[in-house]
Structures are given as structure tokens and as C-alpha cells.
Design a protein around this ligand. Sequence first.
Ligand code: SF4
Length: 224
Amino acid sequence: MDIAEQLKLIEAKITGYLKEGKKIFTSSSFQTHSIPLLHILVNIDSDIPVYFLNTGYHFPETILFRDRIAAQLGLRLIDLKPETPKSMQKGSDGKFLFTSDPDHCCYINKTRPMDKILMEHDVWINGVRADQSDVRKNMQEEMPAPHNTTRYHPMLPWTSKMIYEYRKRYDLPEHPLDAMGYMSIGCEPCTRRFDPEMQEREVRWYGLKKTECGLHTDLITNKN
Ligand code: SF4
């Protein structure tokens, strides 16, 4: 299916949700590959809230890029911060949790804040793609999420080539760290540059079994 057909399907789905009176939102990590979805959504309805999980551990370049994109596209951007202060995010060794228990660190900084947002909405538009990892390959277009919400994954069938073509067509900028060899960019302590031997997701939590932060594993109620 080509990009034009995909766009028609996404627009039909979102206008359908809106006609049904559903409260929808999206979230974005503001990586280069996130920008097409934001561009698509803002062209359908610029009022859709865009949540950014501001863990406090992001690269400064990500924050600057986020603000630039929000201004350029006219996004309704909402910064989502964890309730737990950084001083309380340390293990028994006094070091930050991402050094000893990254799952719990992700839970405090990502999963729990997003869970609260789910309570206030009906549909979470989420930009995961099947070609990003084995976990994502097994996802469906719509999936049930906590609090009787629905996850809608409009980009699931999109390939990295389609993302590139869409970005070029609309002259959408790339994250400044891409040019420095970063491929999947999350929190600074848990991100490393791409090595040709790796899968895209392996640049996160390198050396650990962890490949997902919990947003795409814990915030799904029926994983089958
Ligand atoms: S990606 Fe790393 S620093 Fe960010 S919340 Fe997860 S464990 Fe913590």
C-alpha cells in the first residue's frame, strides 16, 4: 500500500473517532521518524494534544528539536513530567535508577505518567512501526489499553523508506543527532550510537535484555 492510501485510512480512522466523540491524544518522542505522524495529525486536527514524556534525562538537542517542530507544525504540545523527584530516583547504592534498575526508572518516568493520561482519554494514537522490533512486529492496528482505552497504531505498516519519502516530500527536518550516528534516540544515559551490527532498537539500553521502555509492553491490556 502506498503513502497516499495510508493517509486516507488514517484520516478516516481519526475523523471516525472524533465523530464518535472520543477523546484522542498522541505522544511523541520527537525523533526524526516521529515527525511524519505529527505532520499527518496536525493536518487532520491541530487540536489533538501531543504529549512529550519529559523524563529529565533527554539530550538537550531533543528538547530544542521538540520546540522547533512544535512551533513549525503548530502542535498542541504538552510536557509530561514524572511526579517522583530525581532525588527519589536513586538505588540503595546512591546512584540513579537507570544504572541498576532501568525497568523501574522507565516505570517512574514514562509508564506511570502515561497511564494517568490514558485515564483522561479514549484513544492513544501511537507511532510504533512493525519494522522497528520483534515486539512491535506482533502488534495490531488497534489494541486495548488500560482504563478501557484503545491504542491506535497508524504507522504500523509504514517502513523506514516510507517515513523517509514522506519527510522528503514535505521537507520535514531531522533530529540533529541523526547526523552524528544516533538512530533511535531516547534518554541520554540509555542511548548509544548506531553500529552496523545492531538492530535499530539495540541502540537503546545497550548490553541489556531490555528493548522497550514499558509503554509498548505494559500499557496494553491484551497482548495476544
Ligand atoms: S530510558 Fe533510561 S533514563 Fe529514560 S526512563 Fe528509561 S531507564 Fe530511565
